[in-house]
Design a protein around this ligand. Structure first.
Ligand code: UGA
Length: 458
């Protein structure tokens, strides 16, 4: 199929590249002309494992192109994916102005029937507004502009795999023609008739994807309800971790056993600095606002948000307690991205944490395997290290703020030898307290008071 993608952020670029990978003819655009320039010249403006390979292959085979002229892009696709940003407004609502702008553009440029697919995360009923906007601004009345909601469930860091091996594909449609067209788009994924470019252990061939056809309103609601539920799970684990600390229990043991219950499941129960990124925090807020507008009391979500915000306070409290005086001390921070395997620092707990430490007068030297450039642009005032070992040099404490798996396998003896004081504060419960103690560290984390108790007794 001929497909256009509007917006080349994390969602749009992965969607466009993967649609080309599975055999469609794809053209992508973005309002940021510099991004298109980078992409046209073979660069990839974001770090996402496997994405560069997929883009390069699809471009070479002539199925993926980038274009700064939106009119050409509207013309090039029979189906148009809207993947523009819906950032939070100061009141927590999603800012839908980019969607509105794109709707006008599609309506005024479309001269043939289009399937307009809403992929950006939006509050329920946006599809209806989109439909209205498309008909109000239509240049050529009578040209069918069908609206579909197709929420994305991609996780940054595994987005290519998630697209090619989804557990579900949800399509909110109003008629069978739209449903059929959506099925044609996803057929290679549903029937697995493409050669997976990942071919690696991270590319699971699990059960085939579920195909779920719903109304547009339900599809939109599914997305917000899913992300908010994940946020609830993380906050729940974090509060249980606080309780575990008070009760001399171990949160790792507690959540492991909880996760063995298939009704609960093991994921999203990792305690620590809490959730960040450009999806969970903003979607939670937007969902609260949606519920308020509908007159529905969803204060449990506000509680989850409050718990999440308090994670930084709690961790700063732990750091203060361990260091006694923070002012003037050199601290190493490992991890800047909001989670591993991405360079995305938007709403990253690590960034909030560093800002707090700097406010308290600490001298921070940070390291991240991928997110240093993005962090530098929003936080120029701190020092950036070449490696984790470089960051550790002369520091009074080393703080883990993002759970990059490679931090686990660092040579921790070498790290300790470089530190002025062997104090390790693990904001992601990445390491084993017993192992770190055996290596001579004073080690603190979340919800694992045994480690603290042993340090106190030592
Ligand atoms: C999230 C959803 O997981 C995707 O399904 C969805 O498509 C995406 O938002 C979106 O709306 O675009 P993502 O933002 O990439 O994906 O990140 P997650 O993997 O959900 O992690 C969010 C945050 O929660 C991270 O900061 C992570 O460190 C934190 N987290 C996650 C925890 O603190 N504990 C956990 O147990 C799990």
């Amino acid at each position: 199929m001929r497909i256009s993608v509007i917006g080349t952020g994390y969602v749009g670029l992965v969607t466009g590249a993967c649609l080309a990978e599975i055999g469609h003819q794809v053209m992508c655009t973005d309002s940021d002309a510099s991004k298109i320039k980078t992409l046209e010249s073979g660069g990839v403006p974001i770090y996402e494992p496997g994405l560069d390979k997929v883009i390069a292959k699809a471009r070479k085979e002539g199925r993926l192109s980038f274009c700064a002229n939106p009119a050409d892009v509207v013309d090039a696709g029979d189906a148009i994916f809207i993947c523009v940003g819906t950032p939070p407004l100061p009141n927590g609502d999603a800012d839908l102005s980019a969607i509105d702008h794109v709707a006008r553009m599609i309506a005024s440029e479309a001269t043939s029937p289009k399937l307009v697919i809403e992929k950006s995360t939006v509050p329920a009923r946006t599809g209806h507004e989109l439909k209205r906007a498309l008909s109000v601004y239509a240049r050529k009345p009578g040209v069918a502009l069908r609206v579909v909601s197709n929420p994305e469930f991609l996780r940054e860091g595994t987005a290519v795999e998630d697209f090619l091996h989804p557990d579900r594909v949800v399509v909110g449609v109003e008629d069978e023609t739209a449903e059929r067209q959506m099925r044609d788009i996803y057929r290679p994924v549903l029937e697995r008739t493409f050669n997976c470019p990942m071919h690696s252990p991270e590319c699971p061939k699990g059960p085939a994807a579920q195909w779920l056809v719903t109304t547009i309103n339900s599809a939109e609601l599914i997305k917000h309800a899913s992300n908010s539920f994940l946020a609830l799970k993380v906050s729940y684990a974090n509060i249980v971790a606080d309780l575990a600390e008070k009760l001399d229990a171990d949160i790792g043991e507690v959540t492991r056993a909880m996760g063995m219950d298939p009704r609960i499941g093991p994921s999203f129960l990792n305690a620590g600095l809490g959730f960040g990124g450009f999806c969970l925090p903003k979607d939670l807020q937007a969902f609260v606002r949606l519920a308020e507008r509908c007159g529905v009391d969803f204060s449990m979500l506000q509680a989850a948000e409050k718990i999440n915000k308090q994670r930084i306070d709690r961790f700063v409290g732990k750091i203060r307690e361990a260091l006694w005086v923070v002012r003037g001390k050199p601290l190493a921070v490992l991890g800047l991205a909001f989670k591993p395997n991405t360079d995305d620092v938007r709403f990253a707990p690590a960034i909030d944490l560093i800002n707090r430490l700097v406010e308290e007068g600490a001298r921070v030297r940070a390291y991240d395997p991928q997110a240093m450039d993005k962090a530098r642009s929003i936080m120029p005032g701190i020092e950036y290290a070449e490696s984790a070992y470089d960051a550790a040099k002369g520091c009074e404490a080393l703080i883990i703020a993002t759970e990059w798996p490679e931090f686990r396998s660092l040579d921790w003896e070498r790290i300790r030898a470089r530190m002025a004081r062997p104090l390790l504060l693990d904001g992601r419960n990445l390491l084993s307290p017993a192992e770190m103690r055996a290596l001579g560290f004073e080690y603190r984390s979340f919800g694992r008071p045994d480690a603290v108790a042993e340090i106190q007794n030592a």
